[in-house]
Design a protein around this ligand. Structure first.
Ligand code: NAD
Length: 273
């Protein structure tokens, strides 16, 4: 029903040309993005990075008060389908179009399968997996209208590493990765690319809260740094840079990948030290 198009050919300049008398435009000039969970941590860094490239960004967050300056903050709970559909429609009404969807909202869970009951499984799955499905479903009709449509889903090192004490969280992030590949195949003929980013442990308010709950947060942070292959936490801006690449026409021939941003943990099969 949707005609096959030439996928994702850039209308915007992504390569700077020093001999050009006019400055190159931002890579996201004239484009509109949605970032879920964009009011904190990785999502806020992604929002600022897309804005720096010229995008106008709607931040869909259940707690949007701290959304970055210049963004359109929209209160939205990704577990509520009506809330998601209203937020996507409001984005298109106020910003005029939709080109990029960053499915980043997610919550954590600790423990083995012995520790989390059915209610916890349903709750975390509903945010981390079905939340991304709801946003994509509402966004697809608009993305089909964009010549440079891209979706980027935030997965995690937990999708592939076998992290201890993270059974529920890992299952949701593994599902995000498989979902990304299935969506990439389904929507390639419509010119919509779908990729994931797999961060290692990243320095965000989420990790800050975990550290603060330890008896000695400074010692806990040092120990956490030492467990990363490159000896430190991943910076939220490093994740944002990878997401910006996958969201931009510069990656126009890349779809269905899970790009690791983890100091080598995924690709080198390194274990947390
Ligand atoms: P964070 O807690 O700092 O930010 C998450 C944001 O999502 C918050 O603004 C929160 O209000 C929002 N959110 C949560 N549930 C929501 C819902 N139901 N509807 C709408 N918004 C909701 O977390 P972060 O560390 O920036 O993590 C962002 C993403 O990155 C998550 O998907 C997480 O799983 C993933 N991730 C984080 C790390 C890490 O170490 N921080 C590592 C790998 C992957």
């Amino acid at each position: 029903h949707h005609p096959r198009r030439t996928p994702a050919v850039s209308k915007v300049s992504t390569v700077s040309n020093e001999s050009s008398p006019t400055p190159a435009g931002g890579e996201f000039d004239s484009l509109v993005a949605i970032v879920t969970g964009g009011a904190s941590g990785i999502g806020a860094a992604i929002t600022r990075r897309l804005q720096a490239g010229g995008a106008r960004v709607a931040v869909l967050d259940r707690d949007p008060a701290a959304a970055p300056d210049g963004s359109l903050p929209i209160a939205c709970d990704v577990t509520d389908d009506a809330s998601v559909r209203a937020a996507v429609e409001r984005t298109v009404t106020e910003l005029g179009r939709l080109d990029i969807v960053i499915n980043n909202a997610g919550i954590g869970a600790q423990g083995t399968v012995a520790d989390n009951d059915d209610e916890q499984w349903h709750q975390v799955w509903d945010v981390n997996v079905v939340g991304m499905v709801r946003v994509a479903r509402a966004a697809l009709p608009h993305l089909r209208e964009s010549p440079v449509a891209a979706i980027v889903n935030t997965s995690s090192i937990a999708a592939t590493a076998g992290l201890p004490q993270r059974a529920l969280y890992s299952a949701t992030k593994g599902a995000v990765l498989s979902l990304t590949k299935a969506m990439a195949a389904d929507h390639l003929p419509e010119g919509i690319r779908v990729n994931a980013v797999n961060p290692g442990t990243a320095d965000t308010p989420w990790i800050g809260r975990l550290l603060d709950s330890a008896p000695d947060p400074a010692a806990e942070r040092a120990a956490l740094n030492a467990r990363q292959p490159h000896g430190r936490l991943v910076a939220a801006d490093e994740v944002a840079g990878a997401v910006a690449y996958l969201a931009s026409p510069a990656s126009g021939s890349t779809t269905g990948v899970g790009l690791a941003v983890d100091g080598g943990m995924q690709e080198l099969r390194l274990r947390p030290r």
